[in-house]
Design a protein around this ligand. Structure first.
Ligand code: ARG
Length: 462
C-alpha cells in the first residue's frame, strides 16, 4: 500500500519504487517508530482530535504489532516503502478506519526525525556503557603498572622514560572526553520534533509537551522548519563516534607496533589473535588492525553525512533518507570495535622487562643530565649543548651515559661530579617528574585517584 496514491494516475516504475524504498534499512527503527506513534495517538485522543475510543484501539493495536515484530510472528514486508508505511498499513489492516486516523496532524517528515532522535539517544546510552567498561579496563591496567617503566616516544624515537600506567592513563583521558562528548551530543538529540508536521506544523490543537513527556524528551524543537530539516544531531553523533574510533585506532597502532618482535612490549592473547595459512609461526594482531581499518569507514560515514547535507534547501528533501545507513553503520561499527578492543586490552600481557630494557637504551635520560646541570647553575641552553656533546661522545664509545667514567664526564664539562650518576638512573628520571599530570609514582597515584572518583561520579561501581 502507498500512503500517497490519490494524486497519481499511473503506477510508479518498479525500478523507481525499489530505488527510493528505505525499508531494508529503516526496518530497524520499528520500535522507535511504534513508540512515537503510540504517544502521538494518545495525545490525539486526549486532545479530542480523534475519538478517544479510536486512540485506545490504535494504541492497543500498535502494541500488538510491536510484540508480533519482536517475536517474529509479523515479518517486516520488504516491499513496503519504509517502516512508517509498513506500520501504518499493518495498523489499518488490523483495525480499519480507526487506524486511518493515526496520521492526523503528523507527517513522515517529523515522524522520521523523531525516530532518528530516539534511535540515536538509545545508541548513545549503549555506546556510553561500553566506554565506561573500557575506562574501567584502562584503570585496572593502570593500577597494575604504576611501576612498569617504559620509554615514551616523540617522532617514534625514544624520548624520556614514563610508566605504562601513565601511558594508559593518557588513553583514559581520551575516552573520558569521549564520554563527555556523547553526553553533550545526547542533549542536542534530546528535543522532540513531532508537531512540526511536513514543515509548517499543524492546524490541530496538538499538545507537544504531552508527547515530549510520554517519550521522555528534555524539550521540544523550537522551529517546525528546522525540526524536519535538521540532521545536526546525526552529524554530531557520527562525529563523536569518529573521535572514539580515532582514539581506539591510535591505541591499536601502538599495540600492533608493541607486539612486533622488534619491540616485544606486549603479547596480545591468543583469544584476540589470528594465525597464518602458510607461516606456522605467525600470530597476527588482526583485531587491532581491523579496528584501525574500520576507523576509516566511520570517518567515511561522517563525510557522507556532511556532503549529503551541504546543498540542501529547507526543509525536508529525500536526500536526507541517506542519513540512516551512515548513522546505523557507524553505530554498529563502534559498538563491535569497543567490545573487541576492551576484550583485547583486558587480556593482553604487557612485558615489563622488555619495556624497562628499552627505556634504558636510547639515552632517554639525556634531558635529566641537562636538568642536573641546570640545578648546578647552568642555563638550560648551555646544559643542552653540553649534554648533546656528552651523548655524542657516549654514542661513539657505545655506552649509556651512566656507564661513562667521571673523568669522561669531566672532560665534557668541569661542572659534572659523582652525584650525576644518581640522577641518571631510570627510576630517578621517572620519580623526578613529580608534577601534577606527570609520570612519577605519586603523580600517577593521584591521577588514578581522580580517575576512580570520576568513574564513581558517572555511576561505575568499582
Ligand atoms: N524514508 C523517509 C526518510 O527516511 C521518510 C520520510 C519520507 N518523507 C517524505 N516526504 N518522502 O527520510
Amino acid at each position: 500500500m502507498k500512503l500517497w496514491g490519490g494524486r497519481f494516475s499511473q503506477q510508479t516504475d518498479e525500478m523507481a519504487d525499489a530505488f527510493h524504498s528505505s525499508i531494508t534499512f529503516d526496518c530497524r527503527l520499528y520500535r522507535h517508530d511504534i513508540n512515537g506513534s503510540i504517544a502521538h495517538a494518545q495525545m490525539l485522543g486526549r486532545q479530542g482530535i480523534i475519538p478517544a475510543s479510536d486512540a485506545g484501539a490504535i494504541v492497543e493495536a500498535l502494541k500488538g504489532i510491536m510484540a508480533d515484530i519482536d517475536s517474529g510472528a509479523l515479518p517486516i514486508d520488504p516491499r513496503a516503502e519504509d517502516i512508517h508505511t509498513f506500520v501504518e498499513t499493518e495498523l489499518v489492516a488490523r483495525i480499519g478506519d480507526a487506524g486511518r486516523r493515526l496520521h492526523t496532524g503528523r507527517s513522515r517528515n517529523d515522524q522520521v526525525a523523531l525516530d532518528m532522535r530516539m534511535y540515536i539517544k538509545d545508541e548513545i546510552d549503549a555506546i556510553d556503557a561500553l566506554i565506561k567498561g573500557l575506562l574501567e579496563t584502562l584503570l585496572a591496567a593502570s593500577r597494575a603498572h604504576v611501576d612498569t617503566i617504559m620509554p615514551g616516544f616523540t617522532h617514534m624515537q625514544k624520548a624520556q622514560p614514563v610508566t605504562l600506567a601513565h601511558y594508559l592513563l593518557a588513553y583514559f583521558q581520551m575516552f573520558k572526553r569521549d564520554h563527555r562528548r556523547l553526553a553533550y551530543c545526547r542533549e542536542g538529540a534530546d528535543e522532540m520534533p513531532l508537531g512540526a508536521g511536513a514543515l509548517a506544523a499543524t492546524t490541530y490543537p496538538i499538545d507537544r509537551a504531552y508527547v515530549r513527556d510520554i517519550l521522555g524528551f528534555r524539550d521540544i524543537t523550537a522551529n517546525s522548519i528546522d525540526a524536519v530539516s535538521d540532521r545536526d544531531f546525526c552529524v554530531e553523533f557520527v562525529s563523536c563516534l569518529s573521535m572514539i574510533m580515532m582514539h581506539m585506532s591510535r591505541f591499536c597502532e601502538e599495540l600492533v607496533i608493541w607486539s612486533t618482535d622488534a619491540f616485544g612490549f606486549v603479547e596480545i592473547s591468543d583469544a584476540f589473535s589470528t594465525g597464518s595459512s602458510i607461516m606456522p609461526q605467525k600470530k597476527n594482531p588482526d583485531m587491532a588492525e581491523l579496528i584501525r581499518g574500520k576507523t576509516g569507514r566511520v570517518y567515511g560515514s561522517l563525510m557522507g553525512l556532511l556532503a549529503m547535507l551541504k546543498g540542501l534547501p529547507l526543509a525536508y528533501n529525500k536526500d536526507m533518507q541517506e542519513d540512516k545507513e551512515a548513522v546505523f553503520d557507524a553505530a554498529d561499527t563502534v559498538k563491535s570495535c569497543l567490545s573487541v578492543f576492551c576484550g583485547m586490552l583486558g587480556s593482553a600481557t604487557f612485558i615489563a622487562a622488555n619495556m624497562r630494557k628499552s627505556a634504558q637504551g636510547g639515552y632517554t635520560n639525556a634531558t635529566d643530565a641537562a636538568d642536573w646541570l641546570v640545578k648546578k647553575g647552568a642555563t638550560f641552553r648551555d646544559a643542552h649543548e653540553i649534554t648533546g656533546r656528552l651523548v655524542l661522545y657516549a654514542i661513539k664509545r657505545g655506552l649509556p651515559l651512566g656507564e661513562l667514567s667521571i673523568d669522561e664526564f669531566k672532560n665534557i664539562s668541569e661542572m659534572f661530579d659523582e652525584t650525576v650518576y644518581a640522577a641518571l638512573s631510570i627510576e630517578a628520571c621517572v620519580e623526578a617528574r613529580n608534577v601534577p599530570g606527570g609520570p612519577a609514582r605519586g603523580a600517577v597515584l593521584r591521577e588514578i585517584g581522580e580517575a576512580e572518583a570520576f568513574l564513581c561520579e558517572i555511576g561505575v561501581q568499582l
